[in-house]
Ligand binder design. Sequence first.
Ligand SMILES: [Zn+2]
Ligand SMILES: [Zn+2]
Length: 138
Amino acid sequence: MNRDDIKSLLHKNDLRATPVRYEVLEVFSKKEEALSNRDLEDRLPDFDRVTLYRTLQSFIDKSIIHKIPGDSGNALYAFSFDEKTVYKEDSHIHFQCINCGKLECLPGFEIPIPELPSGYSMSEINMIVKGKCEKCNA
Ligand SMILES: [Zn+2]
Ligand SMILES: [Zn+2]
């Protein structure tokens, strides 16, 4: 995504185009892998944690970024691709590589919805598939 794309994305979501919003979206839109709070802090050392956290939260509220529950209790975040996939965070499969550790979205690969016993209802579903990623298999 270039600066104009980011600008129009912010505009469409009624978010003011501030420097931190630009930077955060730029980081996310370049990466196909999910990032933790920590990764974001490391990549954007010029902003304090609270600002980054708030920025992230505003993007989550607008479904620009979605949250992926990680193994260790640390949430990861990933960019929500296109308008079509807006965005149930729980609609697609996530893949974690056991070799390089990268966690990525597999957009277009939907989570199969299980049938539940009667009397149960589902509010959320997540699926992380583990294995070796394309790069590590090559
Ligand atoms: Zn890998
Ligand atoms: Zn995802």
